[in-house]
Every structure is written in structure tokens, then in C-alpha cells.
Design a protein around this ligand. Structure first.
Ligand code: NAI
Ligand code: MG
Length: 503
């Protein structure tokens, strides 16, 4: 074939491929597969769950919770004032003294088991509501959040009557009333992380969900009602920062457990200084994912994508800094770019969606501000060329290359689908750069050599370190931070100590 003929044939093939693509879309364009939501019942209005009853807030005030993917209002939710919080704490105190602390541990366990079973039974509904209220893809809420929430209750039910064996033979007693404040990134899962160990150890609870995602905690209140827990053992008070602050300030709360921003964590620490309240804080992160040149690169890139883009980067342990050995930088960046082009962004209820909506307008503004700072500071930005829906809050999967260690995008928690790629030459340099942060929640190491993983894990100042994987959770495994990522552990035997006094 002559060169001319060859180029004619090639252009004919190109044309027919293009028309095929036009006709059928790209190979990865799936037909819409939305999860049906007709069986999901969201009440038009939710009151406070206090002392086993649904009670209107004293202030008479309600606020709206909306869907960040459509901007539709989903329900009105009560705004608890300090007076409402006081009633909830009183109900928790009464329940503690009258029922929960006195109950045989094996009996307590049965109630916790019941909650776990009910979460499993209602898993579908819970997953859908989680995705509607918070914007995360149904794949995540269905396969991660809800099963793990059930697993936390199952696991802690098992501990309730074995606490005498958990602390090297030393006896323990409960603390009393636990005030628990949770964020919007894993609404039901964080409620489970907080409530399950507290109950297993014999404490009663006042829980405040985040103001943008209160619905699954309220569905959990219904489950707790159906499980016939004694009234007041679990109380759910909705509201924003001031409601949380009132709970922190209440004199009859024995323990505060908080997950959220480092800024609010510090405020809480100040507010309870000098009191006898116990405290655990799980705050922000700026985790490093470290790829060595000998790592299985495709697997590593998939782990990186899971670590920062699924869930829109709304994960405190998100692998938001990528440290890649210089020799493989270009090939990793190329693979990452290819993978980003195939991520599907859109309707959180669609089973094919990888990247959902940003949780709130405020969070979207924060992401945009930091991304603009990254561009301003001279890093090179790449964003996936995906179309963003007209309604709702969205940000395309994005990464930066050529960012300086000192730049804002390398230091500050972005809490969005934005990755900052940097390089290193030696293992020591990788350790130094990974630890060069005020946070210390998690890290990932990708290499062919197990010995390198162990060597590096011993040197990283991070509470959780994953080797050749990322974002894996299990109720048996303690989770928590170093430095400004907070203190205390949740999950596993270690997590129990946050809810008992060793006597
Ligand atoms: P936030 O820390 O304000 O909210 C977390 C929870 O604390 C919510 O329930 C909120 O109502 C409550 N709260 C707020 N002010 C309070 C106060 N003074 N006293 C007691 N409770 C209070 O987090 P926000 O504003 O929603 O997000 C800001 C940033 O925080 C994010 O951009 C992200 O960087 C980080 N964040 C980290 C999370 C984590 O899992 N570590 C979760 C959510 C946010
Ligand atoms: Mg919402």
C-alpha cells in the first residue's frame, strides 16, 4: 500500500470511529441507572429525639436540609437551643442512673445487636437518604457507609459483656453522659462510631449531627425507638454550631467526642479546659500517599483515585498529597490523567456515579478558593473535562503538579476532589516530606517491597498507615490522629478506653 493509500485508509477508519462514538457514545458512557427512591420516606418535618419522645424545639425554630446535588429542600429539622440541649442531657442522665448503668452488660448487648440488625434491614433506605442529603455516590453509601455503620454496632455489642477482659484484667466503669458532635462527611457512620462504643461501655448519649446532613441520624433515632431502648439512653439534637457549643458547655456532660474541623476542635478544647470532662478529638488531615518507583503503578493509581476522588475528597484521611518517586512521576501523572477522564461525575443516586456533589455551597467556595490559590502560587492544574450539572454544587476531579512544599495546596486541608502531586528522590526524603505537615491522621505507602512498608510505617507520624491499599476500615481497627489531627482512638479495643474509667 502506498503512503497515500495508507493515510486515506487511516482517515476513513478515524471517521468511522468518530461516527460510532457519536452514535453510541464512548465505551464508558453508561446508560443512567438511578436507584429508585419511591420507597424512601422522608418526613416533611423532624423534631428532636429526647427522652425517647419526638419533641418540638422550645424555640419553635426549624431549618431546612437540602440535597446538594439538586438544591431541593428535603425536610425541616428542629434547631435545638441551649434549653433543648439541657433537656436532652437531663434525659440522658436519668436514663443513665435509672436504666443503662444498672443493666446487666449482656442485656445492653442485646439492644445494641438490635440496632445493628435494624440498620442492615433498612440499609437500602439509609443509603439513599445518605446520598440525597449529603451528595455522596450511592456506590459509597451503599457499599461503605451503611455496612460499616452496622458492623460498628455488631462489633461493640460483642464487647458489652467482655469489658472486664479488655483492659488487662482491670475493672472499668462507664463515664456517664457522653456529648457527641459529628460532621457531614460520613453522617450515619460517624453516628455509629460514636454511639456504639458509648452504649457498649454503659454510657448514655446526646448526639448532635451536622446541620447539612441530619437525616440519617434522625432515621437512626427511629431505629432506636423501634429497638425499644430505654427512654433517654440515646438522644438526638439537631442544630448548627451553637447547638454543639451548648452541648460542650453543659455542666452535666462527662465526656465530649468530636469529629470535625481543627478550628472547632481547638475551640472545644478551650471551652472545656479546667472542667473534668473527658475529650477525644478527630480533626483534619493532609495525608500523604507515597508511590515508590517499584510499586505496581496501575494498582497504586487506582488506590490514589479511591483515596481522594470517590467521596469528593470529603474524607478526613483522604490521600490529598501524592508523593511520587521522581523516576516514575511522568508515567504516574499520565496514568492519573487517563483515569480522571473516565471518572463519572453526576447524580449521586446513579449506581455508576464515581464522584458526587460537594456537600454544601460553603464547602464548594472553600475548594474554589484553595484551587485559585494553587494556580496563583504557580502550580500546574489539571481538571477532568467532565460536564458539571446545572443545579447543585460540583467540582471536577483535579490535580496539581509542580506545587511547592510551602504552598497552601500542599499544606491546607482542601476537603474536595483536589490532589497535590509532589516528588521525592530517596526514601528519607519521602519520610521527611510526608511528615512535613501539622496533621497526622493517615498515610499510604505503595511499593513492591514489604520491608520498605514496615521501615516507612515506623517513621511516619500518622495514626493509620495503609500499605498497597487505601481507605480500608474495620471496626476492630483503631482510628485516630497525631498532632493537629487530634487525639484518642475510635474503633477496636483502644476505642473503648475513650468511654470508660479504669478503676
Ligand atoms: P465544623 O467543624 O464546623 O463542623 C463539625 C461539627 O461541629 C458540626 O456538627 C457542627 O455543627 C459542629 N460545630 C460547629 N461549631 C461548633 C462549636 N463551636 N462547638 C461545637 N460544635 C460545633 O466543620 P465544617 O465547618 O462543616 O467544615 C469546615 C472544614 O472542616 C472542612 O472544610 C474540612 O476541612 C474540615 N472537616 C473535617 C472533618 C473531619 O472528618 N475531620 C469533617 C468535616 C469538616
Ligand atoms: Mg443536606
Amino acid at each position: 500500500m502506498s503512503t497515500q493509500e495508507l493515510s486515506r485508509t487511516k482517515s476513513a477508519i478515524d471517521k468511522s470511529t468518530a461516527s460510532l462514538a457519536l452514535e453510541f457514545g464512548h465505551a464508558w458512557d453508561y446508560a443512567p441507572a438511578p436507584e429508585a427512591k419511591d420507597h424512601v420516606r422522608i418526613q416533611p418535618r423532624y423534631d428532636l429525639f429526647v427522652g425517647g419522645r419526638w419533641t418540638a424545639p422550645k424555640s419553635g425554630k426549624y431549618f431546612l436540609t437540602t440535597s446538594p446535588s439538586t438544591e431541593e429542600s428535603l425536610a425541616e429539622v428542629a434547631e435545638a437551643s441551649a434549653e433543648d440541649v439541657d433537656l436532652a442531657v437531663k434525659a440522658a442522665r436519668t436514663a443513665y442512673e435509672k436504666y443503662w448503668a444498672k443493666m446487666r452488660p449482656a442485656e445492653r448487648a442485646k439492644y445494641i445487636f438490635r440496632i445493628a440488625r435494624a440498620i442492615q434491614e433498612k440499609a437500602r433506605e439509609l443509603a439513599i437518604v445518605e446520598s440525597m442529603d449529603g451528595g455522596k455516590p450511592i456506590k459509597e453509601s451503599r457499599d461503605v457507609d451503611i455496612p460499616l455503620a452496622a458492623a460498628h454496632f455488631f462489633y461493640h455489642a460483642g464487647w458489652a459483656d467482655k469489658l472486664d477482659y479488655a483492659f488487662h484484667g482491670r475493672k472499668v466503669r462507664p463515664l456517664g453522659v457522653a456529648g457527641q458532635i459529628i460532621p457531614w462527611n460520613f453522617p450515619l457512620l460517624m453516628a455509629a462510631w460514636k454511639i456504639a462504643p458509648a452504649l457498649a461501655c454503659g454510657n448514655t448519649v446526646v448526639l448532635k449531627p451536622a446541620e447539612t446532613t441530619p437525616l440519617t441520624a434522625l432515621l437512626l433515632a427511629h431505629i432506636i425507638e423501634e429497638a425499644e431502648l430505654p427512654p433517654g439512653v440515646v438522644n438526638i439534637v439537631t442544630g448548627a454550631g451553637p447547638t454543639g457549643a451548648a452541648l460542650v458547655a453543659h455542666p452535666d456532660v462527662n465526656k465530649i467526642a468530636f469529629t470535625g474541623s481543627t478550628e472547632v476542635g481547638k475551640k472545644i478544647q478551650k471551652a472545656i479546659a479546667g472542667s473534668r470532662k473527658r475529650l477525644t478529638l478527630e480533626l483534619g488531615g493532609k495525608a500523604a500517599n507515597v508511590i515508590f518507583g517499584d510499586a505496581p503503578l496501575d494498582q497504586a493509581v487506582e488506590g490514589i483515585v479511591n483515596g481522594i476522588y470517590f467521596n469528593q475528597g470529603h474524607v478526613c484521611c483522604a490521600g490529598s498529597r501524592l508523593l511520587v518517586e521522581e523516576s516514575v512521576h511522568d508515567v504516574v501523572v499520565k496514568k492519573l490523567k487517563d483515569r480522571l477522564q473516565n471518572l463519572r461525575l453526576g447524580d449521586p443516586l446513579d449506581k455508576n456515579t464515581d464522584v458526587g456533589a460537594i456537600n454544601s455551597k460553603m464547602q464548594l467556595e472553600k475548594i474554589k478558593e484553595l484551587v485559585a490559590a494553587g494556580e496563583h502560587e504557580g502550580a500546574t492544574r489539571y481538571s477532568a473535562p467532565c460536564a458539571l450539572p446545572d443545579k447543585g454544587y460540583w467540582f471536577p476531579p483535579t490535580f496539581f503538579t509542580g506545587a511547592a512544599q510551602a504552598s497552601r495546596i500542599a499544606r491546607e486541608e482542601i476537603f474536595g476532589p483536589v490532589l497535590t502531586v509532589m516528588t521525592f528522590r530517596t526514601p528519607d526524603e519521602a519520610v521527611e516530606k510526608a511528615n512535613n505537615t501539622m496533621y497526622g491522621l493517615s498515610a499510604g505507602i505503595w511499593t513492591d517491597k514489604g520491608a520498605k512498608i514496615f521501615w516507612m510505617a515506623g517513621k511516619l507520624k500518622a495514626g493509620v498507615i495503609w500499605g498497597n491499599t487505601y481507605n480500608k476500615f474495620d471496626p476492630t481497627s483503631p482510628f485516630g490522629g497525631y498532632k493537629e489531627s487530634g487525639f484518642g482512638r475510635e474503633g477496636g479495643r483502644h476505642g473503648l478506653s475513650a468511654y470508660v474509667e479504669v478503676v
